[in-house]
Ligand binder design. Sequence first.
Ligand code: ATP
Length: 248
Amino acid sequence: MSEAVLKTNGLTKQYGKVKAVDQVSLTIERGDIFGFIGENGAGKTTFMRMVCGLIYPTGGSLELFGVSAEKELPKMRRRMGALIEHPAVYPNMTALQNLEVQRRYLEMDFGKEPGKALEELLDLVGLQDAMNKKAGKFSLGMRQRLGIAIALVGNPEFLILDEPTIGLDPIGVMELRELVLRLNSKRNITILFSSHNLAEMAQIATKYGFLHKGKLLEVVTAQEVKKICEEKNMKLESYFVELLLQNR
Ligand code: ATP
């Protein structure tokens, strides 16, 4: 039986009169690459921030790895990693030093040679040649990859990536896609990610969640969408637009 990594029940965040996230109930199962799709302001980042414990919901509840008790959630959150908005990196430190800071913060014990484990992480994200370079000198793509490496220091089972491809050039986008697929297949990491690049998303997501004005319109498997798109001879963008029009 598949295991729920994240389950939300009527999760809501209201700012004044605006319901940024409005009663969202969804389940992300172990192994999923869950693509969050929605227009600007649909509530994707707000949802992710609540899951990470960066902001409190104003309604509903969430369950991580089967645990919903408020007191236990911080412990469960140690089993996840996240890159939300800009990666928080120390510009005057090298890539390796940035990872070391995170390792100490999380009190991760990587045995006798922690540096080696961190080097392997930088290798995994394709920064092996830049590990001793200061992060302040990194390109946007390198900074994104460093942000992902930082999110991986805690050895997460669940990774949240908010628009990880934003601002990347086509090669950077392709490399990030390969990285996400590798993390999912080789490290068994379940992934929730958002992107406005639907063509890109169509290449990696196993499930889609469509958000509109804070509400979850639909959760559907990539296979189902693919079948419908093939039958109707249309792209994921058109599927999304049709869904929006139906919900106007
Ligand atoms: P984008 O694709 O542009 O990143 P998004 O789907 O991530 O958008 P959110 O950033 O979650 O959307 O915003 C959802 C709604 O909540 C928007 O209307 C936004 O203005 C509002 N919102 C988000 N954070 C706050 C806040 N701290 N105070 C007030 N309103 C907020």
